[in-house]
Design a binder for this molecule. Structure first.
Ligand code: GAL
Length: 576
């Protein structure tokens, strides 16, 4: 039998006392459940400081209008954003994409040559457009490019970063999307990085708070400390398959997402699959799924449809302004939902902790062509065994309580989106508590599941080898593959966290990662780059008062090959 922890002892005491009261007939006669024990009094956490504490919400010209853009379009869209109630729902950026400037006659900008707005499209320049958008209470975004030419062949910012950032700030721009053309000749990784960094530094020095949106079509780890959002995918298209493809690509980088730095699965295509008069119920179901999936992933919500007049149907407007799905995206905890179950085919369940005790966002996805039942278990979404309640975010209706598992029939190419309220895992208790003896509340891992008390082998559970760092074996610990994150609920119960970290001997000297320990948004430890040759590194941090402990392993800046990383001997000390 398992020893009782103080918290489970408290629960057991409550249960025994209630049972005795019931047997003796001394109670009120009601069979109300015991008062919940062990509830966080420390959630919600406050919204993070910074320019993008939650994923940016707005609109962009590209998906619908391509190069057919103008001052009038921007003004009309800003007005529509307000009139349709979308601003009130949270959208704030109106972003001009490629093709806003004039082309350079020689093809390449001379030293000091400024970007010039196309007088046919923006006869008054960009500054007055920014003023107009600001007068609506909205913010203006613009597009630029790290190379010599944008993807549309307009002048790029290479070598002009400070000049362009100064120009944008002078116009009152609030958001810069920075593209990655020309694609050929392919720039080296180092060149891309330094060009993106040059604009980042220029924006930071511009004197204006400007959201920096990296559009390098791929995830690069250097983007994490540089941008407020970074594209992880190729260009989205207005099709169901493209939505699912971008979901799959974007999920791999969940470990890196959080306040002020978001994985960008690309702009929304809701409203763009067909013209409004062709919108069938099936297409609206797909739009609901697209919106729900971006929301569970905490992806930026940048609309790509025409918001003006009858170009946006009432049904699409209702989808895009659903307050409960928007709240799922904008949750201040800032976790990117991860796939917690899949049948290996079209069916999957995605979940993330929300910023309230026992609250989880859940999206059940059926990507296939026929309706199907999908089930999840409380343990899969990081809640304690027992019962929980669910709320349907599309129906905006409470579904009542359920015991342990929840099943729903999910429509073809559709979702069921839920907010589930249950009970958090027990607080750790004891003088020495190994993390591998606890349940995490959230985890994402580069290859298969995080392993307990063994290294991360390949993609199957339990396929690792004994934890080993430079010849020293460890019986306890977590074996992960970068990029990886695991979040444990400490609930202010413990005072220390310690471990020996390193790349497991299974890689035979290969692999390189960075280990980081985070406490409620504050970094407590950073190993710097650790390779398969580095000695095990001790971690000893004070976690007094910490609510959530986050263990992050990055890919070390060089891709995830051989990044089998061990949190050996990982343990909490003095947990009350
Ligand atoms: C692509 C980018 C698109 C759009 C386009 C404009 O590289 O991914 O989102 O900005 O360029 O040319």
């Amino acid at each position: 039998m398992k020893a009782l922890t103080p918290a489970s002892f408290r629960l057991a005491t409550v249960l025994v006392v209630s049972a005795v009261i019931a047997i003796l007939g001394c109670g009120s006669g009601s069979s109300s459940p015991p008062a919940p024990v062990d509830v966080d009094s420390d959630l919600p956490l406050p919204l993070a400081a910074g320019i993008a504490p939650t994923p940016p919400m707005g609109w962009n010209t590209w998906n619908t209008f391509s190069c057919n853009i103008s001052e009038k379009l921007i003004q009309q869209t800003a007005d529509a954003m307000v009139a349709t109630g979308m601003q009130a729902a949270g959208y704030q950026y109106i972003n001009i994409d490629d093709c806003w400037s004039t082309k350079d006659a020689t093809g390449v900008r001379a030293d000091g040559e400024a970007l010039v707005p196309d007088p046919a499209k923006f006869p008054n320049g960009i500054g007055p457009v920014a003023d107009y958008v600001h007068a609506d209470g909205l913010k203006l975004g613009i597009y630029a490019d790290r190379g010599t030419l944008t993807c549309g062949g307009f002048p790029g910012s290479e070598g002009h970063e400070v000049q362009d950032a100064t120009t944008f700030a002078g116009w009152g721009v609030d958001y810069v999307k920075y593209d990655n053309c020309p694609p050929s000749p392919t720039p080296s990784a180092a060149e891309q990085e330094s060009e993106y960094q040059a604009m980042g530094a220029a924006l930071a020095a511009s004197g204006r708070a400007i959201v920096y949106s990296l559009c390098a079509w791929n995830f690069y780890e250097w983007g994490v400390s540089l941008g407020n959002l970074w594209r992880t995918t190729t260009d989205i298209k207005p099709t169901w398959d493209s939505v699912v493809a971008n979901l799959q690509t974007n999920q791999a980088f969940a470990a890196y997402a959080g306040p002020n730095g978001w994985n960008d699965a690309d702009m929304l295509e809701i409203g763009n699959f067909t013209t409004p008069d062709q919108e069938t119920p099936d297409i609206l179901t797909q739009y609901q799924a697209h919106f729900s999936l971006w929301a569970i992933m905490a992806a930026p919500l940048i609309l790509g449809n025409d918001l003006r007049g009858s170009q946006m149907s009432a049904a699409v407007r209702a989808i895009l302004t659903n307050p409960e799905i928007i709240a799922l995206d904008q949750d201040a905890f800032g976790y990117q939902g991860v796939q917690v179950w899949t049948d290996g085919g079209d069916l999957s369940v995605w979940a993330k902790p929300l910023n309230a005790s026992g609250a989880r966002g859940v999206v059940m996805l059926n990507a296939g062509a026929a309706p199907a039942d999908v089930t999840f278990d409380l343990s899969q979404i990081g809640l304690r065994d027992g019962s929980a309640t669910a709320r349907d975010l599309w129906a905006q209706a409470d579904l009542g309580s359920f015991k342990q598992t929840f099943t729903r029939t999910v429509p073809a190419t559709g979702v069921v989106a839920l907010r589930v309220n249950g009970v958090e895992p027990l607080r750790p208790s004891g003088t020495q508590v190994y993390l591998s003896d606890l349940e995490w509340t959230y985890a994402s891992n580069g290859l298969g599941p995080i392993e307990k008390d063994e290294s991360n082998g390949a993609s199957d559970p339990g396929d690792g080898t004994p934890l080993s760092l430079r010849g020293t074996g460890f019986t306890k610990g977590l074996g992960v593959a970068g990029p990886s994150v695991a979040v444990f609920r400490l609930a202010q119960s413990c005072s220390t966290f310690s471990a020996q970290v390193g790349v497991d001997d299974a890689t035979k000297g290969g692999g390189s990662v960075v280990f980081q320990v985070w406490a409620d948004g504050t970094k407590l430890f950073d190993s710097g780059v650790v390779t398969g040759m580095s000695a095990a590194m001790p971690v000893n941090v004070d976690v007094t008062g910490v609510r959530r402990l986050k263990l992050l392993v990055t890919n070390g800046g060089d891709g995830a090959s051989l990044d089998r990383a061990d949190w050996a001997d990982a343990q909490l000390g003095n947990c009350m």
